[in-house]
Design a binder for this molecule. Structure first.
Ligand code: UD1
Length: 339
């Protein structure tokens, strides 16, 4: 029997990782999940199994553990790596920069060392549109100058530079750096989705909790931006579209050198667009409280996704209606899970 290609998925138990695991498995790939569960829960694995119809290989561990990663790469005959493991809360990164450099930068360095030792040189890396800093011009193209405003963004930039240097030193590496815009939504089954600890800082998890009555009102961080309705504009992308983008990138790795590719829809939606859509699609009310601008926020940020289409043959298929509907289905399901 022909063996399916095995891919190591670091951070595979998290919000984005679990959706990638589902898409990979449903398409006949063999994901092996490595996750230290610092921001995810073991219970996601059973729900993933229900979606896929079989169980997935899972290793609880840390990417900084070189021996563990080497052992995993060798015993599972891994051919490529999709690397998502890392910390991602901007506010925490300002308070605890060393934890961010350790997990994200040192973690990636250790992972690359282990890959090199095992002759695995194909990697898709989870980067972010945060590397564009305060955009000079929109839509954002991959050639836009790179900068950042916080330690989290800095770790993404440093890792991108490290990967570019690595490829310059050894052209056997195949590297794709995917710059995500704003992933929201959930699997259409409603069985996996975003489950942040504590009070959410990102827009959609906050909207979901207000809709569920767990939080009283949504703070709208500024309505005096130079945007059509004054609120911040972002490029929201359905997490399942994001997942299929990773799969395409992985499938194309062998024909790539070291490339950065935007994953976005190309459409900008304001905070009020998201709220109104969520209310209309789900028949719920989201009370609002207009507040001052949040420090560090940019007025607008959206992708030019044309390189993703040219290089990966990929574009998004799901609308903001889909994102809001699926996020709400997941919110209601997750309320039944407990702990
Ligand atoms: C944020 C991070 C970004 C990171 C991304 C990861 C900041 C400044 N940026 O992006 O670096 O890559 O999360 O997911 O933290 N909003 C409200 N009320 C809320 C929450 C958000 O009005 O309660 C608004 C924001 O002002 C913004 C939009 O909703 O206009 C989206 O915010 P958010 O979901 O936090 O994402 P980003 O700020 O784009």
């Amino acid at each position: 029997m022909k063996q399916s290609p095995t891919v190591l998925l670091t951070g595979g138990a998290g919000f984005i990782g679990s959706h990638i695991a589902a898409e990979l498995a449903l398409a006949g790939h063999e994901p092996v999940i490595l996750d230290n569960l610092c921001n995810s829960k073991i219970g996601v694995l059973d729900r993933l199994s229900s979606i896929i119809g079989r169980s997935l290989r899972f290793i609880q561990g840390d990417i900084r553990d070189v021996e563990l990663v080497k052992h995993t790469l060798a015993t599972h005959h891994v051919q490529s790596v999709i690397h998502l493991a890392g910390l991602k809360a901007v506010g925490d990164s300002v308070k605890e920069p060393l934890a961010y450099y350790d997990n994200n930068v040192v973690g990636t360095l250790r992972l690359l060392e282990a890959m090199h030792a095992c002759n695995v040189r194909s990697i898709v890396f989870s980067s972010s549109a945060t590397v564009y800093g305060n955009p000079d011009r929109l839509p954002l193209r991959e050639s836009h100058p790179l900068s950042t405003t916080n330690p989290y963004g800095q770790t993404k930039l440093v890792i991108e530079e490290m990967l570019r240097d690595l490829h310059r030193s050894d052209s056997r590496w195949h590297i794709c750096m995917l710059r995500y815009f704003n992933p929201i939504g959930a699997h259409a089954s409603g069985m996996i989705g975003e489950d942040p600890n504590g009070v959410p800082t990102n827009l959609m998890p906050f909207v979901q909790r207000v809709a569920a009555g767990e939080l009283k009102e949504l703070p709208v961080w500024g309505n005096d931006y130079d945007t059509p309705d004054g609120t911040g504009v972002r490029d929201y992308i359905h997490v399942v579209d994001l997942a299929t983008g990773h799969m395409r990138a992985m499938e194309k790795l062998e024909s790539m050198g070291c490339e950065a590719i935007n994953l976005g829809t190309g459409l900008g939606s304001s905070v009020l667009d998201v709220v109104r859509t969520f209310e209309r699609v789900n028949g719920v009310r989201i009370p609002l409280a207009i507040k001052a601008r949040r420090p560090g926020d940019v007025p607008a940020c959206y992708a030019d996704p044309s390189i993703a289409f040219e290089r990966l043959g990929w574009k998004t298929q799901r609308t903001l209606d889909d994102m809001c509907r699926d996020a709400w289905t997941w919110q209601q399901f997750s309320a039944t899970l407990g702990g």
